[in-house]
Design a protein around this ligand. Structure first.
Ligand code: KG4
Ligand code: ZN
Length: 373
């Protein structure tokens, strides 16, 4: 099965061509046109600016996804060769910035109509959950009967728990089968990625903040500063990061005052590295603590780490170390942690298999589409 994925839920214009053959997901082409530089000067994504850029970029990005130079032999001739083989178009239809979502959704609808190719609306969070399959070469569904009804498929053995950590989400989700989700807990205010982004902004480190903080954290001391870990004592899977943000603001204010200007501690590289390491460690500690609470309560066979923050090396390593060995840990390849359309195509595959298509004239974008009840 060959699926074209389209993703424009935030500030990246993405298209990908994914082939599912003999139980393997093969990413034929994954195109991401990042708008990070465009939004850098604002310290965050400006929805109007993002949508306008998506409009400009979407067709060239899809064009590139369908004309894969790395598969010249197979796909020579571009669209005209690919189209007869294309089984579906999967597009992110929520959640996200509504003006950004519209661009991808309306483009996908137009292409579905023009090319008579079935259309699938995909939930962005579900896309992240399936992103580890893109780097896995585990065979596709082989139903296996066993106690608890666990079924082995695509590397996910149910029940599974997913920790989705991105710029907009921090959620622990219980997955009992494909498409069956239950919310275990989520953030009450900021997302983990936002905690990284806002801390980086306060430290004038640029946007997106996660990669900037983690780069400096590698050279710093994670125990140098005492950063609060809100809600860590609670015996549930709820998160909160806004209190941490205020504590970091006060700490930075403190480190910025000095009798002699230009020699305030915050201007020293080592202080910024130590602060970055301490902030990163606090966020990682919270995520690990709540993940372990969820696994103790629900005894999953698989644990999935996904979303932009899953690119964080400290988090990947710490989770591997902390989880009981009997739980299979699925983490996406770094290149599929951030928003991309390959994960949307892979998620679309599971709906295409069940022939769950949406007509081009009925699909709509939903900014607040909840994956879980
Ligand atoms: O999933 P994603 O690309 O977009 C959303 O759906 O939000 O996630 C972006 C988030 C940003 O907050 C970014 O700072 C964070 O992922 N991020 C990281 C790292 N790389 C990206 N956070 C921590 N460490 C990283 N290495
Ligand atoms: Zn995302």
């Amino acid at each position: 099965m060959l699926i074209l994925g389209i993703e424009t839920s935030c500030d990246d214009t993405c298209a990908a061509l994914v082939e599912v053959k003999r139980g393997k997901f093969r990413v034929v082409k994954n195109v991401v046109a990042s708008q990070a530089n465009l939004h850098k000067k604002y310290g965050g994504v400006v929805p109007e600016v993002a949508a306008r850029k998506h409009v400009e970029t979407i067709i060239p990005v899809i064009n590139e996804a369908l004309n894969s130079p790395s598969y010249t032999q197979e796909w020579a001739g571009g669209w005209s060769r690919v189209l007869p083989k294309l089984n579906a178009i999967a597009v992110t239809s929520g959640p996200g910035l509504i003006t950004s979502l519209h661009v991808g959704v309306e483009t996908a609808k137009a292409l579905s109509f023009a090319w008579s190719i079935p259309l699938i609306g995909v939930n962005h969070i579900e896309g992240h959950i399936y992103s580890p399959l893109l780097s896995s070469h585990t065979p596709l569904p082989v139903p296996r009967r066993g106690p608890g009804g666990g079924r082995a498929s695509t590397g996910i053995t149910f029940p599974a728990i997913a920790l989705v950590v991105s710029g907009g989400h921090t959620e622990l989700i219980l997955m009992t089968d494909h498409g069956k989700y239950k919310l275990l807990g989520r953030t009450r205010d900021d997302a983990a990625g936002e905690a990284f982004d806002k801390s980086a902004k306060m430290l004038s480190l640029g946007y997106p903040g996660g990669p900037e903080i983690s780069k400096r954290a590698e050279k710093g001391n994670p125990r140098a500063y005492d950063i609060p870990r809100p809600m860590i004592e609670r015996d549930d899977c709820e998160f909160s990061f806004s209190g941490m943000k205020n504590a970091i603001r006060l700490l930075i204010q403190d480190l910025s005052t000095s009798a002699i200007p230009r020699v305030s501690p915050i201007s020293r590289v080592s202080v910024r590295n130590d602060l970055s390491a301490s902030i990163e460690q606090a966020i990682v500690d919270i995520l690990i603590n709540k993940s372990l609470k969820a696994t103790e309560k629900h005894n999953p066979k698989t644990f999935i780490l996904a979303g932009g923050v899953a690119a964080n090396k400290n988090l990947r390593k710490s989770l591997k170390k902390a989880l009981p060995k009997k739980i299979k840990l699925l983490i996406p390849n770094i290149r599929y942690c951030q928003d991309n359309a390959a994960m949307i195509a892979a998620t679309g595959y599971f709906q295409a298999k069940k022939k769950k298509f949406t007509k081009y004239d009925t699909l709509t974008a939903h900014a607040n589409w909840e994956l879980v009840e």
